[in-house]
Design a protein around this ligand. Structure first.
Ligand code: NAI
Ligand SMILES: O=C(O)C1=N[C@H](C(=O)O)C[C@H](O)C1
Length: 233
């Protein structure tokens, strides 16, 4: 499979290593100093760039008929537009706030727990995410996905960086050198607390998930999620 990388930073480099090991070729690396996209010979594009560039990168791929996988976070105000474009172009597109198998299992666990807790008013939910200090967005895309999955299943109505009301899920974002990504969901009552936590040890899980998604999307049309790729839930 011939892959174009949008963003050749920490994730782009890790994806390159894993893609090569799985027998794929990197035919284009698009970054700030190498912005040119020659759409010939590209089977699929993988975008791990920056929040302000993600939509344009996805849009370039879809208008050139290239299936695209995006892991960039912090651009979701334009997600609906990306879905529409994918439909009108009859393209193929997957966005995931987190491509690792472990976090996708954690998403299922979070949803299961949210269903169990939804009528237990003595518990209040809160969330914490820790990432490296170079991260541009906060809260993390993964924390937002976790919060939205709880909101769908409970009387919580929104999330915020602070506890601004009864029905608000507070998300604390901490930045510490070199942390690849740690997420905790905590339910607390007067008498006890229940926590679930996922800690990434490195970036390999994210990168492997993105390459597996790229392999999976070949020959498909539509907007998909990692749930489809991993056949979860
Ligand atoms: N969904 C997931 O599983 C994961 C998502 N991420 C997200 O992926 C993104 C990238 O993460 P990292 O690689 O750690 O960041 P990074 O900062 O190491 O790399 C980003 C790269 O994008 C480049 N870039 C800037 N403008 C660009 C443009 N217009 N087109 C193409 N490239 C451009 C930068 O020069 C840089 O090389 C972030 O949004 C991060 O939150 C990171 C890890 C896992
Ligand atoms: O920026 C990162 O590094 C990460 N970003 C994603 C997010 O915002 O959730 C996924 C992962 O936690 C690493």
């Amino acid at each position: 499979m011939n892959i174009a990388l949008f963003g050749y930073g920490k994730m782009g480099k890790m994806i390159e290593q894993i893609a090569l090991k799985r027998g794929h070729k990197i035919v284009a690396k698009i970054d700030l100093d190498t912005p040119h996209l020659d759409s010939k010979n590209i089977d699929v594009a993988i975008d791990f760039s920056i929040p302000t560039a993600a939509f344009d990168n996805i849009s370039t791929c879809l208008t050139n008929g290239i299936p695209v996988i995006s892991g960039t976070t912090g651009w979701l105000d334009r997600y609906d537009e990306a879905m529409e474009l994918c439909k009108t172009q009859q393209g193929a597109f997957i966005y995931a706030s987190n491509f690792s198998l472990g976090v996708n299992i954690f998403f299922e666990l979070n949803a299961y727990l949210a269903n169990m807790m939804k009528n237990l008013e003595q518990y209040e939910v809160s969330m914490e995410e820790i990432h490296h200090t170079q991260k541009l967005d906060a809260p993390s895309g993964t924390a937002i996905s976790l919060a939205e999955d709880i909101i769908q299943r409970s009387s919580y109505e929104s999330w915020n960086e602070e506890k601004t009301g009864e029905q608000v899920i507070p998300i604390t974002s901490l930045r510490e050198a070199e942390v690849p990504g740690t997420h905790t969901v905590k339910y607390q009552s007067q008498v006890d607390s229940i926590s679930i936590k996922h800690r990434a040890h490195n970036r390999e899980g994210f990168a492997l998930g993105a390459v597996i998604a790229a392999e999976w999307i070949l020959g498909k049309k539509g907007v998909f999620s990692m749930k489809d790729v991993l056949n979860l839930g």
